[in-house]
Design a protein around this ligand. Structure first.
Ligand SMILES: [Ca+2]
Length: 123
């Protein structure tokens, strides 16, 4: 009986921990550890996703970005914010910056303007 209780407690702990750490609890389907961009608002259309930086987005997603999700892993000293820029190689102005776990279904100021992004420790 003692063993069964211990197993049940461990299972409960695992489930609870899993929920607490899951960054994908929001609306957007975006792999853990990735920054995702969709061509349409509301996380629709074609999706691009990156686990690292990209100084020059593929042409199909450049200037077509309309929704964004940051499912990066957060932690001390980790670059868990994402900065999006209007030109390649972080040129021009920053159109959008996402905190870890943040999902943006639409943003009129940033819509169809992104060309590159970097992970950063803040916005
Ligand atoms: Ca678009």
């Amino acid at each position: 009986m003692k063993h069964i209780l211990a197993t049940a407690a461990a299972t409960l702990l695992a489930v609870t921990t899993g929920l607490a750490l899951a960054p994908s609890a929001g609306a957007a389907e975006c792999p853990s550890g990735n920054f995702c961009v969709w061509q349409e608002a509301g996380f629709g259309g074609q999706r691009a996703n990156w686990s690292g930086d990209d100084g020059w987005w593929e042409s199909w997603i450049s200037d077509t970005d309309s929704s964004w999700a940051n499912h990066g892993i957060s932690g001390p000293g980790i670059k868990d914010h994402v900065r999006v820029y209007e030109n390649a190689w972080q040129g021009g102005g920053m159109t959008l910056c996402l905190a870890p776990g943040q999902e943006v279904g639409y943003n009129g100021a940033a819509n169809d303007r992104g060309d590159s992004h970097i992970w950063a420790t803040g916005c």
